[in-house]
Write a protein that binds this ligand. Structure first.
Ligand code: CP
Length: 315
């Protein structure tokens, strides 16, 4: 594997899930593989889990890490070609990517959506510019449109906790006071589509994810109807896609509560974190034994380890 931008870069998701579970049992089994190599981690947005789990994954593979926060530590980068740089940007991506790739063997990048310009966000300018102007592999640590490391960790978590042949998985929109990107929802959909699950999405009208990604997956506007018989409930907020980046409603009606969980088949609760308590989900859901959120975060390490190992094995 030469790069990891979306889940499609994994040749076999089932194999990647199994590899993650094996690495979890013996995290240092491939400690030699990253010897004398460095992972550069570039953040254009904040992170807790992604930063620490990817760093831990790297360490368990013997890699050294370098971390740069572009929001407050580095020069403002210019991504447009041929521009006269008379504004705020002090350095062009051509030099920055060329320089960084001298210091590192693999790059991991986090660069969220602007949520103001759909076309630009879908071009994934930050990720694609680093790919274009660096000559080393690039890993997506959440881009404008996808968060594949989260989706792989979620797939590992479902595999570990699933007791039946074809579980019902529900992806439910939830309220949030801020406009959030679609990346987690998109990658979760892409992941579940590759596995043989009974899958349904529920969201209020106007909050449909990109139809190019959801395809023929059933989408219903009744959360209660969707939750009936669910084995896993994955809750996540995203802003409107059709009315790009806009918040259409913030009311509590869609918050996941213990009462709603009673409609399910004793479902496990999932969320990528960070989560706003008593807005996205109630305390009693998050604190219940059915919540998998801490396990999901733990599995981020092994998802990152699977991806890093494959990239390192590629030479
Ligand atoms: N789930 C996730 O990506 O968490 P962070 O934003 O804290 O990295």
């Amino acid at each position: 594997m030469k790069q990891f931008l979306t889940l499609d870069d994994l040749p076999n998701l089932h194999q990647a899930i199994s590899d993650g579970i094996l690495l979890k049992k013996d995290p240092y089994a491939f400690e030699y593989i990253g010897n004398r190599k460095t992972l550069g981690m570039l953040f254009f947005n904040p992170s807790l889990r992604t930063r620490l789990s990817t760093q831990r994954a790297a360490q368990q593979l013997g890699l050294k890490t370098m971390i740069m926060n572009f929001s407050n530590e580095s020069w403002n980068l210019e991504f447009e070609d041929g521009i006269r740089m008379g504004g705020l940007s002090s350095e062009h991506i051509k030099e920055a990517a060329g320089v960084v790739s001298q210091y590192c063997d693999v790059l991991a990048i986090r660069a969220f959506a602007s949520l103001t310009d759909k076309e630009k966000d879908e071009q994934e300018i930050v990720l694609n510019s680093f790919i274009k102007y660096s000559n080393i592999p690039v890993i997506n640590m959440e881009s404008a449109t996808s968060h594949p490391l989260q989706a792989l960790a979620d797939a590992i978590t479902i595999k570990e906790n699933n007791l039946i042949k074809r579980p019902k998985i529900v992806l439910s929109w939830a309220p949030h006071p801020k406009a959030l990107p679609h990346a987690v929802g998109n990658s979760f959909v892409r992941m579940v589509k590759q596995l043989d699950f009974n899958f349904i999405i529920t969201n209020p009208e106007g909050y449909e994810l990109d139809p190019k990604i959801t395809g023929d997956i059933p989408i219903i506007n009744s959360q209660k109807e969707a939750l009936k018989g669910a084995d896993f409930v994955y809750v996540k907020n995203w802003s409107s896609y059709s009315n790009y980046g806009k918040i259409l409603r913030t009311d509590e009606e869609w918050m996941l509560t213990k009462e709603k969980m009673k409609i399910t088949n004793n479902a496990k609760f999932m969320h990528c974190l960070p989560v706003r308590r008593n807005i996205v989900a109630s305390d009693d859901v998050l604190d219940s034994d059915d919540s998998l959120v801490i396990e999901q975060a733990n599995n981020r390490t092994f998802a990152a380890q699977v991806v890093l190992k494959r990239i390192l094995e590629n030479g």
